[in-house]
Design a protein around this ligand. Structure first.
Ligand SMILES: [Fe+2]
Length: 376
């Protein structure tokens, strides 16, 4: 072996020994009043990322970029184009790498039969490696030692757009569980260190979407498990089993407009749920006036109990009404920076609180609001 080759090999080995890892950002839910987008909050977050996160390699945006529309798919497409304009500093950033933003489809982007095609047209820069009927909506990629699987939870029911009582529109599920499982399995077989699964909908709703999410227990659930609810709960359980079996570091999602993180049976679920969409309140917690319904809460504590029981949530006196006891929930606009290292991931969440009178206006500056470490 000549000396040049030896030097190259030493350089190669030492670069692997001292690998610096990489950073990426997760965020979601920026819909709002101006052309479907909350320009004011989203652009402040984007500026903050550009100023303070020069090492981030890409952004994963977990859905509900825009309001969308049940009647007019062209309007939704126009809103997505406007969203890309607001995100332009990220698309233009020389520090980020292709495609700079990995899009995840949310329910607001999928309200009309033409919307799936429009989403593909709006975001052509993803890998076409998902299930045949979900190209551009479900896909995966590797970056360094880490695998990312983006999976569509918006299997939409295109019902009567004028029937506001039809809650089948809120039904979400992952159609291609086999694809998800095989995708994670093959990542493990090729020796990937970390796996992230990203979708718009959450497994464990923490506020506002207790009746839907992947569990889909529906409105006015009183504890009776009919065949539809059993079907959805079974699908959800299968997702939980897959994430656990392949030792997924975190399931990242949005849909609920707040920040939360919890670890359930070894897998983190992180809701990075608002970069502008109106902030939610958390699930009601134990109280003696169980039937009273407080401002901002989706339902009273009494009405929430059957959901907590079905979802196996802690919900007694002094509990947090969530699936895990290490639950952390913060009602703030937010983004999460993941610093991925060889055998651990450091996560830092930056956020800003709303003004006193509004759910959609930023009232404080953006600062560190949470930090945690995901260990293998
Ligand atoms: Fe959503």
């Amino acid at each position: 072996m000549n000396s040049v080759k030896t030097v190259l090999l030493i350089l190669l080995f030492s670069s692997q020994l001292f690998a610096q890892g990489f950073k990426f950002i997760a965020m979601s839910d920026s819909r709002g009043r101006y052309n479907g987008v909350n320009d004011s909050v989203l652009s402040k977050i984007v500026s903050n990322i550009i100023e303070t996160q020069p090492e981030a390699k890409f952004v994963i945006f977990a859905g509900d970029m825009v309001d969308g529309n049940r009647i007019d798919p062209d309007r939704t497409f126009g809103e997505l184009m406007h969203w890309k304009d607001v995100m332009k500093p990220i698309y233009d950033s020389p520090n980020m790498i292709w495609p700079k933003i990995w899009p995840v489809v949310g329910n607001h982007e999928i309200q009309h039969r033409k919307d799936e095609d429009n989403f593909r047209k709006a975001f052509p820069n993803v890998y076409a490696n998902g299930p045949a009927d979900e190209i551009g909506l479900s896909y995966s990629f590797d970056f360094e030692n880490t695998h990312f699987t983006i999976v569509n939870t918006e299997r939409w029911y295109y019902g009567d757009p004028n029937d506001t009582t039809d809650d089948r529109r809120d039904w979400h599920y992952i159609k291609h569980l086999d694809w998800l499982e095989n995708n994670l399995k093959s990542a493990r077989e090729r020796g990937i260190e970390h796996i992230f699964v990203i979708s718009h909908d959450m497994i464990y709703p923490v506020g506002g979407h207790l009746r839907d999410g992947l569990a889909n227990l529906g409105r006015n659930f009183t504890g009776e498990m009919d065949s539809t609810r059993t079907w959805y709960m079974g699908r959800r359980q299968k997702v939980i089993d897959i994430l656990e079996e392949y030792d997924v570091s975190a399931h990242i999602c949005g849909h609920e407009h707040l920040y939360s993180r919890q670890k359930v049976n070894g897998v983190y679920e992180i809701i990075a749920g608002s970069t502008g969409a109106p902030l939610y309140y958390f699930n009601p917690v134990y109280r003696t006036d169980a039937d009273s319904h407080y401002v901002g809460e989706e339902m009273s504590y009494a009405k929430a109990i059957p959901y907590y029981e079905a979802l196996d949530y802690y919900h007694g006196p002094g509990e947090n009404s969530q699936a895990s006891r290490n639950f952390v929930g913060i009602r703030a606009f937010n983004y999460v920076v993941f610093d991925v290292q060889e055998d651990y991931i450091n996560a830092k969440t930056y956020g800003a609180y709303p003004t006193e009178s509004s759910r959609s206006e930023m009232g404080t500056k953006i600062e560190l609001i949470d930090e945690f470490v995901i260990r293998k």
